[in-house]
Write a protein that binds this ligand. Structure first.
Ligand code: NAD
Ligand code: MG
Length: 393
């Protein structure tokens, strides 16, 4: 029987890798829906190649383009946010959540409600709404499969049946493009330099997150919720070659690690075929080609985001929502040349310093709070950061 699969965010870096894996084994998969935000041309192309039943574009102004490209193919089309949520609610054996940012939260919740498998690459909803996402998965009997390479690695070597034997987990981090840069140097880096990751080719937002190491910060929070593991049992280790994707340490001293090439098609193939295994069209690891594997402790001074993640987990969900929202806004401001690289953390620190505990019992509470924080961050960027830059010039 073919596995029915839906890809949310099909036109992104994760979505394209998933399409590649599925295309290499079309006999195993029956693609239901593919979705995108604005890129109607690529979405139409993917829908045709993947033989999808439906293509959904969120940006309604792109409906006509999508329609003309798919005319006569028999592929259904729809546009708008509502159509995206419906796509996520459509029955499937596996829904791959590959949207970037908090925009993926509602679709993930819809996908979870149907009780099959949801493969999550889209980490921001887990950071901002981890307890609600995990509770919904439990309630609906939905299996969550981690796609993020570190969490997929942990998932593959984590003894869920006997988790009391686990001492801690270590998330590895490449350290990003500025691993060896001084803070003075980092003050002047450009968006193009920040998105040029040494090992991974990814979307722009996560690439900037890797450069600030906010990506690893978000991943600490993601791991806390996905594996129900206390923050003091989550370590981060810099491993610039990205060969060991993460590890689980057991009480008896055994350390189980997962290795692979730095190619997202491996964790994606892992979740697509789970619990089976499949071939991937991706690179395979060849250790004879690796000169050496190195490891070092992260520098919390140059990469303060890591410390912030632990503080946010300690402080509560409101801080995690604020961290994510302020980061999304600040990264966008950096990418559009409105603030400098180091201002990203400045904005986040400023916002977190002003964030107070608030009731976050529902997804609506979280989305409203996220929007408040976004507005505050934008305001700070317009009136605070630029003012600071003006004063210093
Ligand atoms: P990307 O920017 O390349 O792609 C994002 C996708 O989401 C696109 O298909 C886009 O159309 C869609 N999208 C964007 N905004 C949307 C909105 N408002 N509503 C609906 N759809 C929207 O991003 P990416 O690099 O593929 O990352 C996707 C997610 O996976 C992120 O959360 C990222 O942190 C996570 N992730 C990515 C990688 C990677 O290698 N790229 C690795 C691990 C985790
Ligand atoms: Mg990762």
């Amino acid at each position: 029987m073919k596995k029915k699969v839906t890809i949310l965010g099909a036109t992104g870096s994760i979505g394209k890798s998933a399409a590649d894996v599925i295309l290499s084994a079309l006999e195993r998969f029956d693609v239901q829906v593919v979705t995108a935000n604005t890129n109607a041309e690529l979405l139409a192309e993917q829908a045709i190649k993947l033989k999808a039943k439906r293509a959904v574009i969120v940006d309604e102004t792109k409906y006509d383009t999508l329609k003309s490209k798919l005319d006569g193919t028999g592929i259904e089309i729809a546009a708008g946010e509502q159509a995206l949520e419906e796509a996520a609610s459509e029955p499937a054996d596996l829904i791959l959540a590959g949207i970037v940012g908090i925009a993926g939260l509602k679709p993930i919740m819809k996908a979870i409600e149907q009780g099959s498998c949801v493969a999550i690459a889209n980490k921001e909803p887990l950071v901002a709404a981890g307890p609600l996402v995990m509770a919904a998965a439990k309630k609906h009997g939905t299996t969550l499969l981690p796609v993020d390479s570190e969490h997929n690695a942990v998932f593959q070597v984590f003894d869920f049946e006997r988790s009391d034997g686990i001492e801690k987990i270590t998330l590895t981090a490449s350290g990003g493009p500025f691993l060896n840069r001084s803070l003075e140097d980092m003050a002047n880096v450009t968006p193009d330099q920040a998105v040029a990751h040494p090992n991974w080719s990814m979307g722009r937002k996560i690439s900037v997150d890797s450069a600030t190491m906010m990506n690893k910060a978000l991943e600490i929070i993601e791991a806390h919720y996905l594996f129900n593991i206390e923050p003091d049992k989550i370590d981060v280790l810099i491993h610039p070659q990205s060969v060991i994707h993460s590890m689980v340490h057991y009480k008896d001293g055994s350390v189980l690690a997962q290795m692979g090439a730095s190619d997202m098609r491996t964790p994606i193939a892992n979740v697509l075929a789970w619990p089976e295994r499949m071939e991937t069209p991706g690179q395979k690891l060849d250790l004879t080609q690796m000169n050496k594997l190195t490891f070092e402790k992260p520098d919390f001074e140059r990469f303060p985001a890591l410390k912030t993640a632990y503080q946010c987990l300690e402080s509560g969900l409101h801080s995690c929502v604020a961290l994510n929202a302020a980061n999304e806004v600040a990264v966008e401001a950096f990418l559009t040349n409105n603030i400098g690289f180091l201002d990203i953390m400045d904005c986040i620190d400023h916002i977190l310093g002003k964030t107070k505990t608030t009731k976050l019992d529902t997804i609506t509470d979280i989305i409203e709070f996220d929007e408040t924080i976004r507005a505050k961050t934008k305001d700070f960027i317009t009136n605070g950061v630029t003012k600071k830059a003006a004063q210093s010039s």
